[in-house]
Design a protein around this ligand. Structure first.
Ligand SMILES: [Zn+2]
Length: 192
């Protein structure tokens, strides 16, 4: 089975005996970290996972387009081996309504993989992988999910505090409202 809908090369690890080990990894290590760093993304209530390997290289997948993960929190471990390129580019977290909106300058963040090192990020953090230009790169990816968060998000009517575009729009509304109030006060003072 393909690791996910975007990657062609790799394997789902849960399918051949690694499911309980990966579940333990999520519960014992990823959940305590996510509780601190990704509380607003459902990091406190991670309860299921999807674990897989992806392979990049000349005869494998070359790159991965801009996307969000089907996860609340993603652990991405670089297993090796020798390669160049393949950097991850991050462009800000977004809710479903704003997934295609522009990035702000402060949201631009690129990350170079180092074999043996991992990155932990929110699944809603938009990202992609640049082309692996030589060698072969393998990464182990653990998508951690929260059924509670997925249920709650259905009833969210207000803006999402963790979405960069929702936050930007809220700030803009506040700025306009303050400007209007100032204008009104000025008018009243002039009338006096
Ligand atoms: Zn939003």
């Amino acid at each position: 089975m393909r690791p996910n809908t975007m990657n062609k090369f790799g394997a789902v690890l849960d399918d051949f005996g690694m499911e309980s080990m990966l579940d333990k990894l999520m519960k014992d290590f990823i959940r305590p970290l996510s509780r601190v760093f990704f509380a607003e993304f459902g990091g406190c209530s991670l309860d299921t996972h999807h674990g897989f390997i992806v392979e990049y290289g000349i005869h494998r997948d070359r790159e991965l387009g801009f996307h969000v993960d089907d996860s609340e929190v993603t652990l991405n471990i670089c297993l090796g081996k020798e390669f160049s390129g393949g950097e991850l580019f991050f462009r800000g977290a977004r809710c479903d309504a704003h997934v295609n909106s522009d990035s702000q300058l402060e949201e631009i963040f690129d990350y170079s993989h180092v074999p043996g090192q991992a990155i932990l990020h929110s699944g809603r953090h938009r990202h992609g992988a640049k082309a692996t230009t030589s060698g072969k790169r393998m990464n182990l990816i653990l998508w951690c999910r929260s059924s509670t968060f997925r249920e709650m998000i259905k009833y969210q009517r207000e803006f999402a505090g963790w979405c960069g575009e929702c936050r930007r729009k809220k700030r803009e509304r506040e700025r306009l409202s303050i400007a209007a109030t100032k204008q009104e006060l000025l008018k009243r003072r002039m009338a006096l």
